[in-house]
Ligand binder design. Structure first.
Ligand SMILES: CC(C)(COP(=O)([O-])OP(=O)([O-])OC[C@H]1O[C@@H](n2cnc3c(N)ncnc32)[C@H](O)[C@@H]1OP(=O)([O-])[O-])[C@@H](O)C(=O)NCCC(=O)NCCSC(=O)C[C@@](C)(O)CC(=O)[O-]
Length: 302
């Protein structure tokens, strides 16, 4: 049965902007967060506390977190790969942190410079310390549908990492199709594995749209009752360690689908399109969202 309400986590400020070649100022990132919350987003992934040598675009993490004027009821999350990242993140008062692992050994090495087992050992004290401070911990499992280095990734490999995350106290698991190769039935098969270990409210989908399958994959998850998805305003993004990977499914496209299905999101599509237009103008290009471009051209014609 379809859910009545869906929560969207806009990952544009982090997942979207981490991969931009051009510098985006902290002020523009802060403005993007403000526009997203004004559009009704209640979960926003703001930045990451990773090595600035690896991902220079996120080096302004503390400045961005400090610049955000928080709205009650909005949850602001940040990515944290290790204790050093957590120590830097804590003074910025995130509501939630995201530890990020992978279902593929090759991707784990390229992305965070360690094996899957080592990553779990790194996350263990991070999860413990964050939870001791009342901060929720989400876990992302990259390459759940395929890996740019290893190729095929089996549901067994995904389930193994999901279980390891559960064992160390991660409270929510996000199944990530990093390179956008998943198709609906395969996505459902992988989601079933996650649902063996986490309640449905604590499982989400994170679908990159590289092969145009993301919106179909969201629909496939809705059929299962899954009701939390990451999405990226204006379809921003990609992953610096997955060459050729395009952005996450555009938030505008998911909102249009959900509202068309009669599912509530609390998001105002027009204001969301404005937010996407704002950041696309900063980047000097059009939004990568069919819905946003249709709305913008309809407005132009009006
Ligand atoms: C994980 C590390 C840090 C390991 O990197 P490392 O080199 O193995 O770490 P290290 O502990 O040996 O430290 C090396 C240097 O990094 C520094 N360092 C160490 N940790 C930190 C930190 N937290 N913050 C700032 N600096 C840090 C540390 O202080 C030292 O500095 P130096 O002495 O050379 O000057 C590195 O590999 C890294 O930062 N990787 C970045 C990974 C990343 O951000 N990837 C993109 C996000 S994941 C993603 O997009 C996928 C997702 C989530 O969206 C889902 C999907 O679609 O798949």
């Amino acid at each position: 049965m379809f859910p009545q309400r869906v929560t969207l986590v806009d990952v544009g400020p982090r997942d979207g902007l981490q991969n931009e070649k051009q510098a985006v100022s902290a002020a523009h990132k802060v403005e993007l967060v403000h526009r997203l919350q004004a559009a009704g987003l209640r979960e926003i992934e703001v930045t990451s506390f990773v090595s600035p040598k690896w991902v220079p675009q996120m080096a302004d993490n503390a400045e961005v977190m400090a610049g955000v004027q928080r709205q009650p009821g909005v949850r602001y999350s940040v990515l944290v790969p290790n204790m050093k990242g957590l120590e830097a993140a804590l003074p910025t008062r995130p509501d939630e942190i995201v530890v990020f692992g992978a279902a593929s050994e090759a991707f784990s090495q390229r992305n965070i410079n360690c094996s899957i087992e080592e990553s779990i050992e790194r996350f263990r004290p991070v999860v413990e310390a964050a939870r001791a401070q009342g901060i929720k911990v989400r876990g992302a499992v990259s390459c759940a549908l395929g890996c740019p280095y290893q190729g095929e990734v089996s549901p067994d490999e995904v389930e193994r990492v999901v279980r390891l995350m559960k064992d160390i106290g991660v409270q929510h698991v996000g199944i990530a199709d990093t390179i956008g190769v998943g198709t609906p039935r395969r996505v459902q098969a992988v989601m079933e594995r996650a649902l063996k270990h986490y309640p449905i409210a604590e499982v989400s989908g994170h679908f990159h749209d590289t092969y145009g399958q993301a919106i179909g994959n969201v629909y496939a998850c809705l059929e299962m009752g899954i009701h939390t998805f990451d999405a990226s305003v204006a379809g921003l993004g990609g992953c610096p360690y997955a060459k050729g990977a395009t952005g996450n499914v555009a938030t505008e496209d998911v909102v249009f689908l959900l509202h068309g299905l009669g599912i509530e999101t609390g998001i105002d599509l027009d204001r969301l399109v404005d937010a996407g237009k704002f950041i696309s103008d900063v980047l000097g290009r059009k939004p990568v969202s069919r819905v946003a471009n249709a709305v913008l051209s309809r407005r132009g014609a009006a």
